[in-house]
Design a protein around this ligand. Structure first.
Ligand SMILES: C[S@@+](CC[C@H](N)C(=O)[O-])C[C@H]1O[C@@H](n2cnc3c(N)ncnc32)[C@H](O)[C@@H]1O
Length: 413
Protein backbone atom coordinates (compact mmCIF):
# COMPACT_ATOMS: atom_id res chain seq x y z
CA UNK A 1 0.00 0.00 0.00
CA UNK A 2 2.79 2.40 1.05
CA UNK A 3 4.69 1.61 -2.14
CA UNK A 4 1.60 2.09 -4.33
CA UNK A 5 0.86 5.44 -2.66
CA UNK A 6 4.43 6.63 -3.19
CA UNK A 7 4.20 5.53 -6.84
CA UNK A 8 0.98 7.48 -7.37
CA UNK A 9 2.33 10.56 -5.54
CA UNK A 10 5.27 10.49 -7.93
CA UNK A 11 2.98 10.02 -10.94
CA UNK A 12 0.79 12.99 -9.90
CA UNK A 13 3.85 15.23 -9.55
CA UNK A 14 5.24 14.03 -12.89
CA UNK A 15 1.94 14.70 -14.63
CA UNK A 16 1.91 18.34 -13.56
CA UNK A 17 5.60 18.76 -14.42
CA UNK A 18 4.90 17.46 -17.93
CA UNK A 19 1.46 19.06 -18.29
CA UNK A 20 1.04 22.20 -16.14
CA UNK A 21 -2.68 22.73 -15.69
CA UNK A 22 -4.63 24.53 -16.92
CA UNK A 23 -2.44 25.44 -19.93
CA UNK A 24 -1.84 29.21 -19.87
CA UNK A 25 0.28 31.60 -21.92
CA UNK A 26 1.70 34.35 -19.64
CA UNK A 27 1.60 36.83 -22.55
CA UNK A 28 -2.21 36.66 -22.43
CA UNK A 29 -2.04 38.62 -19.16
CA UNK A 30 -1.43 41.74 -21.24
CA UNK A 31 -4.97 41.55 -22.62
CA UNK A 32 -7.29 40.06 -19.99
CA UNK A 33 -7.70 39.00 -16.36
CA UNK A 34 -9.29 35.60 -15.80
CA UNK A 35 -11.87 35.88 -13.01
CA UNK A 36 -14.16 33.22 -11.62
CA UNK A 37 -15.41 31.31 -8.61
CA UNK A 38 -14.39 30.73 -5.96
CA UNK A 39 -12.00 33.43 -4.76
CA UNK A 40 -13.30 36.59 -6.37
CA UNK A 41 -12.66 39.18 -3.65
CA UNK A 42 -16.28 40.41 -3.54
CA UNK A 43 -17.54 36.84 -3.39
CA UNK A 44 -15.15 35.99 -0.53
CA UNK A 45 -16.30 39.10 1.31
CA UNK A 46 -19.98 38.21 0.82
CA UNK A 47 -19.72 34.55 1.84
CA UNK A 48 -16.90 34.45 4.39
CA UNK A 49 -16.87 37.91 5.97
CA UNK A 50 -20.60 38.81 5.89
CA UNK A 51 -19.70 41.62 3.46
CA UNK A 52 -17.89 43.51 6.25
CA UNK A 53 -14.19 42.83 5.64
CA UNK A 54 -12.04 45.93 5.77
CA UNK A 55 -9.62 45.56 2.86
CA UNK A 56 -7.42 48.42 4.01
CA UNK A 57 -6.14 45.94 6.64
CA UNK A 58 -3.67 43.12 5.89
CA UNK A 59 -5.27 40.11 4.20
CA UNK A 60 -3.39 36.83 3.79
CA UNK A 61 -4.56 34.42 1.10
CA UNK A 62 -3.14 30.96 0.41
CA UNK A 63 -3.64 29.30 -2.94
CA UNK A 64 -2.94 25.63 -2.32
CA UNK A 65 -2.23 23.54 -5.40
CA UNK A 66 -2.37 26.76 -7.37
CA UNK A 67 -1.41 25.18 -10.71
CA UNK A 68 -0.71 27.71 -13.45
CA UNK A 69 -2.23 30.42 -11.31
CA UNK A 70 -5.74 31.48 -12.32
CA UNK A 71 -6.96 32.05 -8.74
CA UNK A 72 -3.58 33.31 -7.50
CA UNK A 73 -3.35 35.90 -10.28
CA UNK A 74 -6.99 36.99 -9.94
CA UNK A 75 -6.65 37.59 -6.21
CA UNK A 76 -3.20 39.19 -6.42
CA UNK A 77 -4.51 41.60 -9.07
CA UNK A 78 -7.61 42.39 -7.00
CA UNK A 79 -5.36 43.02 -3.97
CA UNK A 80 -3.11 45.26 -6.06
CA UNK A 81 -6.21 47.22 -7.14
CA UNK A 82 -7.94 47.53 -3.77
CA UNK A 83 -6.26 45.76 -0.86
CA UNK A 84 -2.78 47.31 -0.57
CA UNK A 85 -1.74 45.06 2.35
CA UNK A 86 -3.10 41.90 0.77
CA UNK A 87 -0.69 39.08 -0.07
CA UNK A 88 -1.01 35.81 -1.97
CA UNK A 89 0.99 32.74 -0.98
CA UNK A 90 1.11 30.13 -3.73
CA UNK A 91 1.99 26.49 -3.01
CA UNK A 92 2.18 23.71 -5.60
CA UNK A 93 4.10 20.48 -6.16
CA UNK A 94 4.95 21.34 -9.74
CA UNK A 95 7.92 23.53 -10.62
CA UNK A 96 6.71 23.83 -14.20
CA UNK A 97 3.34 25.21 -13.04
CA UNK A 98 5.05 27.65 -10.70
CA UNK A 99 7.20 28.92 -13.57
CA UNK A 100 4.02 29.78 -15.52
CA UNK A 101 2.36 31.65 -12.67
CA UNK A 102 5.58 33.52 -11.80
CA UNK A 103 5.80 34.68 -15.40
CA UNK A 104 2.12 35.72 -15.38
CA UNK A 105 2.75 37.76 -12.22
CA UNK A 106 5.81 39.35 -13.84
CA UNK A 107 3.86 40.36 -16.95
CA UNK A 108 1.25 42.01 -14.68
CA UNK A 109 3.89 43.66 -12.49
CA UNK A 110 2.46 42.03 -9.34
CA UNK A 111 4.73 42.19 -6.32
CA UNK A 112 2.33 40.89 -3.66
CA UNK A 113 2.87 37.15 -4.26
CA UNK A 114 5.21 34.58 -2.72
CA UNK A 115 5.81 31.17 -4.25
CA UNK A 116 6.61 27.81 -2.68
CA UNK A 117 7.22 24.47 -4.36
CA UNK A 118 6.00 21.68 -2.11
CA UNK A 119 3.04 19.66 -0.91
CA UNK A 120 0.07 21.20 0.84
CA UNK A 121 0.41 18.28 3.24
CA UNK A 122 3.54 19.98 4.58
CA UNK A 123 1.75 23.27 5.37
CA UNK A 124 1.59 22.72 9.14
CA UNK A 125 5.42 22.49 9.18
CA UNK A 126 6.04 25.44 6.85
CA UNK A 127 5.85 28.06 9.62
CA UNK A 128 3.20 30.32 8.07
CA UNK A 129 1.11 32.80 10.04
CA UNK A 130 -2.60 31.85 9.78
CA UNK A 131 -4.28 32.70 6.49
CA UNK A 132 -7.53 34.69 6.27
CA UNK A 133 -8.57 32.80 3.17
CA UNK A 134 -7.52 29.60 1.41
CA UNK A 135 -8.33 28.59 -2.17
CA UNK A 136 -7.88 24.94 -3.04
CA UNK A 137 -9.48 24.02 -6.34
CA UNK A 138 -9.17 20.77 -8.22
CA UNK A 139 -6.58 19.41 -5.77
CA UNK A 140 -8.11 17.54 -2.81
CA UNK A 141 -9.62 14.90 -5.11
CA UNK A 142 -6.10 14.05 -6.38
CA UNK A 143 -4.73 13.26 -2.91
CA UNK A 144 -4.42 9.75 -1.50
CA UNK A 145 -6.29 11.01 1.56
CA UNK A 146 -8.33 14.18 0.87
CA UNK A 147 -9.28 14.39 4.55
CA UNK A 148 -5.60 14.65 5.50
CA UNK A 149 -5.24 17.41 2.89
CA UNK A 150 -8.21 19.41 4.17
CA UNK A 151 -7.04 19.03 7.77
CA UNK A 152 -3.64 20.32 6.73
CA UNK A 153 -5.29 23.39 5.12
CA UNK A 154 -7.53 23.94 8.14
CA UNK A 155 -4.49 23.93 10.42
CA UNK A 156 -3.18 27.11 8.77
CA UNK A 157 -6.56 28.91 8.49
CA UNK A 158 -7.41 31.79 10.84
CA UNK A 159 -10.36 31.06 13.17
CA UNK A 160 -12.56 33.65 11.47
CA UNK A 161 -11.31 32.78 7.97
CA UNK A 162 -12.75 30.57 5.27
CA UNK A 163 -11.97 28.49 2.23
CA UNK A 164 -13.10 28.34 -1.40
CA UNK A 165 -12.91 24.78 -2.68
CA UNK A 166 -13.62 22.81 -5.82
CA UNK A 167 -13.83 19.04 -6.14
CA UNK A 168 -15.12 16.87 -8.94
CA UNK A 169 -18.80 15.93 -8.89
CA UNK A 170 -19.82 12.35 -9.58
CA UNK A 171 -22.89 12.49 -11.78
CA UNK A 172 -21.69 14.84 -14.53
CA UNK A 173 -18.50 12.78 -14.88
CA UNK A 174 -20.25 9.52 -15.72
CA UNK A 175 -17.98 7.58 -18.05
CA UNK A 176 -14.77 9.39 -17.09
CA UNK A 177 -13.76 6.75 -14.56
CA UNK A 178 -14.63 3.87 -16.89
CA UNK A 179 -12.25 5.26 -19.47
CA UNK A 180 -9.60 6.13 -16.85
CA UNK A 181 -9.70 2.53 -15.60
CA UNK A 182 -9.48 1.10 -19.10
CA UNK A 183 -6.53 3.34 -19.90
CA UNK A 184 -4.73 2.44 -16.65
CA UNK A 185 -4.90 -1.19 -17.76
CA UNK A 186 -3.78 -0.43 -21.29
CA UNK A 187 -1.18 2.33 -21.04
CA UNK A 188 -0.79 3.19 -17.33
CA UNK A 189 2.84 2.03 -17.15
CA UNK A 190 4.06 4.08 -20.14
CA UNK A 191 5.73 7.51 -20.04
CA UNK A 192 3.10 10.35 -19.95
CA UNK A 193 3.58 11.57 -23.52
CA UNK A 194 3.28 8.05 -24.92
CA UNK A 195 0.15 7.52 -22.81
CA UNK A 196 -1.50 10.56 -24.42
CA UNK A 197 -0.59 9.42 -27.90
CA UNK A 198 -2.11 5.94 -27.45
CA UNK A 199 -5.05 7.09 -25.35
CA UNK A 200 -6.16 9.45 -28.12
CA UNK A 201 -6.33 6.48 -30.49
CA UNK A 202 -8.28 4.53 -27.87
CA UNK A 203 -10.83 7.33 -27.41
CA UNK A 204 -11.30 7.78 -31.18
CA UNK A 205 -12.49 4.18 -31.45
CA UNK A 206 -14.78 4.00 -28.43
CA UNK A 207 -18.11 2.39 -29.23
CA UNK A 208 -21.31 4.42 -29.01
CA UNK A 209 -22.34 2.41 -25.93
CA UNK A 210 -19.46 3.78 -23.87
CA UNK A 211 -20.71 6.10 -21.09
CA UNK A 212 -18.12 8.79 -21.84
CA UNK A 213 -19.24 8.86 -25.46
CA UNK A 214 -22.84 9.11 -24.23
CA UNK A 215 -22.07 11.86 -21.72
CA UNK A 216 -22.74 15.21 -23.43
CA UNK A 217 -21.39 17.28 -20.51
CA UNK A 218 -17.75 16.23 -20.65
CA UNK A 219 -15.63 17.64 -23.45
CA UNK A 220 -12.18 18.52 -22.06
CA UNK A 221 -10.60 15.63 -23.99
CA UNK A 222 -11.87 17.09 -27.29
CA UNK A 223 -10.30 20.53 -26.84
CA UNK A 224 -7.00 19.61 -28.46
CA UNK A 225 -4.90 20.36 -25.35
CA UNK A 226 -2.77 17.43 -24.13
CA UNK A 227 -2.82 18.83 -20.57
CA UNK A 228 -6.63 18.81 -20.52
CA UNK A 229 -6.78 15.36 -22.10
CA UNK A 230 -4.34 13.93 -19.54
CA UNK A 231 -6.06 15.61 -16.61
CA UNK A 232 -9.43 14.14 -17.56
CA UNK A 233 -8.63 10.64 -18.77
CA UNK A 234 -5.12 9.68 -17.68
CA UNK A 235 -4.90 11.09 -14.20
CA UNK A 236 -3.04 8.65 -11.93
CA UNK A 237 -5.38 9.48 -9.06
CA UNK A 238 -8.69 11.24 -8.86
CA UNK A 239 -12.06 10.73 -7.30
CA UNK A 240 -15.38 12.51 -7.34
CA UNK A 241 -17.92 13.56 -4.73
CA UNK A 242 -21.67 13.62 -4.20
CA UNK A 243 -23.09 16.43 -2.05
CA UNK A 244 -23.41 14.31 1.15
CA UNK A 245 -19.82 13.12 0.74
CA UNK A 246 -18.62 16.74 0.69
CA UNK A 247 -20.52 17.49 3.86
CA UNK A 248 -18.99 14.38 5.48
CA UNK A 249 -15.51 15.42 4.37
CA UNK A 250 -16.00 18.87 5.90
CA UNK A 251 -17.39 17.45 9.12
CA UNK A 252 -14.47 15.05 9.47
CA UNK A 253 -12.16 18.09 9.34
CA UNK A 254 -14.19 20.12 11.83
CA UNK A 255 -15.48 22.43 9.11
CA UNK A 256 -18.91 23.43 7.84
CA UNK A 257 -20.38 24.26 4.48
CA UNK A 258 -21.20 27.92 3.83
CA UNK A 259 -22.68 27.61 0.34
CA UNK A 260 -22.41 25.83 -2.97
CA UNK A 261 -22.04 27.90 -6.15
CA UNK A 262 -24.00 28.86 -8.10
CA UNK A 263 -26.71 28.51 -5.43
CA UNK A 264 -29.42 28.09 -8.07
CA UNK A 265 -27.93 24.78 -9.23
CA UNK A 266 -28.45 23.39 -5.73
CA UNK A 267 -32.09 24.47 -5.43
CA UNK A 268 -34.37 21.57 -6.38
CA UNK A 269 -37.38 23.92 -6.49
CA UNK A 270 -35.95 25.27 -9.74
CA UNK A 271 -36.33 21.88 -11.39
CA UNK A 272 -39.38 20.33 -9.66
CA UNK A 273 -42.72 21.74 -10.76
CA UNK A 274 -45.39 19.63 -9.03
CA UNK A 275 -46.95 21.55 -6.11
CA UNK A 276 -47.23 18.50 -3.79
CA UNK A 277 -43.60 17.63 -4.39
CA UNK A 278 -42.56 21.24 -3.86
CA UNK A 279 -44.22 21.18 -0.43
CA UNK A 280 -42.07 18.18 0.43
CA UNK A 281 -38.95 19.97 -0.87
CA UNK A 282 -39.64 22.85 1.54
CA UNK A 283 -39.38 20.47 4.49
CA UNK A 284 -35.82 19.42 3.61
CA UNK A 285 -32.64 20.81 5.16
CA UNK A 286 -30.39 22.89 2.90
CA UNK A 287 -27.96 19.97 2.48
CA UNK A 288 -30.81 17.59 1.62
CA UNK A 289 -32.04 20.11 -0.93
CA UNK A 290 -28.58 20.38 -2.49
CA UNK A 291 -28.22 16.59 -2.64
CA UNK A 292 -31.68 16.31 -4.20
CA UNK A 293 -30.88 18.96 -6.81
CA UNK A 294 -27.70 17.10 -7.76
CA UNK A 295 -29.67 13.89 -8.23
CA UNK A 296 -32.35 15.69 -10.23
CA UNK A 297 -30.07 17.53 -12.64
CA UNK A 298 -27.35 14.91 -13.05
CA UNK A 299 -25.09 17.26 -15.02
CA UNK A 300 -22.78 18.75 -12.36
CA UNK A 301 -19.14 18.01 -13.16
CA UNK A 302 -17.67 19.98 -10.27
CA UNK A 303 -18.77 21.21 -6.87
CA UNK A 304 -17.59 24.71 -6.00
CA UNK A 305 -18.22 25.75 -2.42
CA UNK A 306 -17.19 27.95 0.48
CA UNK A 307 -16.52 26.43 3.89
CA UNK A 308 -15.31 27.61 7.28
CA UNK A 309 -14.22 26.20 10.63
CA UNK A 310 -17.08 24.67 12.59
CA UNK A 311 -18.35 26.61 15.58
CA UNK A 312 -17.54 30.04 14.08
CA UNK A 313 -19.96 32.61 15.43
CA UNK A 314 -23.10 33.65 13.51
CA UNK A 315 -23.53 33.40 9.77
CA UNK A 316 -20.64 34.44 7.58
CA UNK A 317 -22.97 35.30 4.68
CA UNK A 318 -23.83 38.97 4.07
CA UNK A 319 -27.41 39.95 4.89
CA UNK A 320 -29.67 42.60 3.43
CA UNK A 321 -29.54 45.79 5.51
CA UNK A 322 -29.68 49.53 4.86
CA UNK A 323 -25.88 49.90 5.10
CA UNK A 324 -25.11 47.22 2.57
CA UNK A 325 -24.13 48.03 -1.00
CA UNK A 326 -25.08 45.71 -3.86
CA UNK A 327 -22.09 44.57 -5.93
CA UNK A 328 -22.71 43.19 -9.42
CA UNK A 329 -20.30 40.57 -10.68
CA UNK A 330 -17.77 41.99 -13.16
CA UNK A 331 -19.08 42.19 -16.67
CA UNK A 332 -22.68 42.89 -15.57
CA UNK A 333 -23.43 46.60 -15.76
CA UNK A 334 -26.65 47.98 -14.24
CA UNK A 335 -27.58 49.33 -17.67
CA UNK A 336 -27.10 45.98 -19.39
CA UNK A 337 -29.08 44.02 -16.80
CA UNK A 338 -31.85 46.62 -16.62
CA UNK A 339 -32.20 46.44 -20.40
CA UNK A 340 -32.21 42.62 -20.34
CA UNK A 341 -35.04 42.48 -17.80
CA UNK A 342 -37.08 45.52 -18.93
CA UNK A 343 -40.65 44.60 -19.89
CA UNK A 344 -39.94 40.86 -19.42
CA UNK A 345 -41.97 38.52 -17.23
CA UNK A 346 -39.67 35.50 -17.57
CA UNK A 347 -35.96 34.91 -17.97
CA UNK A 348 -34.31 31.77 -19.36
CA UNK A 349 -30.79 30.61 -18.76
CA UNK A 350 -28.89 27.50 -19.84
CA UNK A 351 -26.95 25.41 -17.31
CA UNK A 352 -24.78 22.80 -19.06
CA UNK A 353 -27.29 22.14 -21.85
CA UNK A 354 -30.39 22.50 -19.65
CA UNK A 355 -32.63 25.50 -20.29
CA UNK A 356 -34.21 26.81 -17.07
CA UNK A 357 -36.89 29.49 -16.96
CA UNK A 358 -37.57 31.86 -14.03
CA UNK A 359 -40.43 34.27 -13.32
CA UNK A 360 -38.75 37.66 -12.88
CA UNK A 361 -39.24 39.49 -9.55
CA UNK A 362 -41.31 42.71 -9.51
CA UNK A 363 -39.50 45.87 -10.65
CA UNK A 364 -36.19 44.04 -11.06
CA UNK A 365 -35.21 46.20 -14.03
CA UNK A 366 -35.67 49.42 -12.05
CA UNK A 367 -33.83 48.06 -9.01
CA UNK A 368 -30.77 46.83 -10.94
CA UNK A 369 -30.56 50.10 -12.89
CA UNK A 370 -29.73 51.78 -9.54
CA UNK A 371 -26.93 49.36 -8.55
CA UNK A 372 -24.17 51.64 -9.72
CA UNK A 373 -21.54 50.62 -7.16
CA UNK A 374 -21.97 53.90 -5.24
CA UNK A 375 -25.48 53.58 -3.86
CA UNK A 376 -26.15 51.68 -0.65
CA UNK A 377 -29.47 49.85 -0.33
CA UNK A 378 -30.84 52.77 1.73
CA UNK A 379 -29.95 55.13 -1.16
CA UNK A 380 -31.76 52.90 -3.66
CA UNK A 381 -34.74 52.71 -1.29
CA UNK A 382 -34.92 56.52 -1.11
CA UNK A 383 -34.49 56.86 -4.85
CA UNK A 384 -37.51 54.57 -5.29
CA UNK A 385 -39.52 56.61 -2.74
CA UNK A 386 -40.27 53.57 -0.60
CA UNK A 387 -40.17 52.94 3.14
CA UNK A 388 -37.31 50.64 4.21
CA UNK A 389 -39.81 47.84 4.94
CA UNK A 390 -41.51 48.34 1.57
CA UNK A 391 -38.17 48.33 -0.21
CA UNK A 392 -36.93 45.30 1.70
CA UNK A 393 -39.98 43.30 0.67
CA UNK A 394 -39.50 44.33 -2.95
CA UNK A 395 -35.71 43.85 -2.97
CA UNK A 396 -35.70 40.38 -1.33
CA UNK A 397 -36.83 38.43 -4.41
CA UNK A 398 -34.55 40.42 -6.76
CA UNK A 399 -31.59 39.77 -4.48
CA UNK A 400 -32.42 36.06 -4.14
CA UNK A 401 -32.76 35.69 -7.91
CA UNK A 402 -29.53 37.48 -8.89
CA UNK A 403 -27.52 36.07 -5.98
CA UNK A 404 -28.65 32.53 -6.79
CA UNK A 405 -27.19 33.04 -10.28
CA UNK A 406 -24.04 34.38 -8.58
CA UNK A 407 -24.43 37.77 -10.24
CA UNK A 408 -24.96 39.85 -7.09
CA UNK A 409 -23.20 40.12 -3.73
CA UNK A 410 -23.41 42.55 -0.82
CA UNK A 411 -20.74 44.56 0.94
CA UNK A 412 -20.73 47.11 3.73
CA UNK A 413 -21.24 50.51 2.10
C1 LIG B 1 -5.97 20.32 -11.65
S1 LIG B 1 -4.65 21.33 -11.14
C2 LIG B 1 -5.57 22.69 -10.49
C3 LIG B 1 -4.80 23.97 -10.51
C4 LIG B 1 -5.53 25.20 -9.94
N1 LIG B 1 -5.86 25.02 -8.55
C5 LIG B 1 -6.74 25.54 -10.75
O1 LIG B 1 -7.86 25.33 -10.26
O2 LIG B 1 -6.59 26.03 -11.88
C6 LIG B 1 -4.09 20.52 -9.69
C7 LIG B 1 -2.83 21.12 -9.10
O3 LIG B 1 -2.63 20.60 -7.79
C8 LIG B 1 -1.26 20.37 -7.60
N2 LIG B 1 -1.11 19.37 -6.54
C9 LIG B 1 -1.50 18.08 -6.53
N3 LIG B 1 -1.23 17.52 -5.34
C10 LIG B 1 -0.66 18.48 -4.58
C11 LIG B 1 -0.15 18.53 -3.25
N4 LIG B 1 -0.17 17.47 -2.47
N5 LIG B 1 0.34 19.69 -2.80
C12 LIG B 1 0.38 20.80 -3.59
N6 LIG B 1 -0.07 20.81 -4.85
C13 LIG B 1 -0.59 19.67 -5.33
C14 LIG B 1 -0.77 19.90 -8.96
O4 LIG B 1 0.63 20.04 -9.09
C15 LIG B 1 -1.58 20.79 -9.88
O5 LIG B 1 -0.87 21.96 -10.20
Amino acid sequence: MGKRKAGRDKAVKEQYEDFPYPPRNPEDERGRLITGSPSHLDEINHYIFAGKRDFSKPFRALIAGGGTGDAAIMLAQQFADRCPLGSVTYVDLSKASRAVVEERAKVRGLSNMVFHTGSLLELPQMGFEPFDYIDCCGVLHHLEDPEEGLKSLNSVLAEDGGMGLMVYATLGRVGVYHVQNALKTLVGNLPPKKQVQLAKKFVEDLPSTNWLVRNPFVGDHKMGEDAAFFDLLLHPRDRSYLVPEIVELLQSCNMELVTFLEPVKYDPAVFIKNKDLLKRVKELTSVEKAALAENVTGNQKTHIFYARPKGSEGSSIAKISQHMMPVLKDGNSPEMLAKTFKGQKNFSISFDNEQVSFVLPDRISEIVSLMDGDRKLSDIQKEMSLSWEGFRTLFGPTFKFLNSLNLLWLKQG
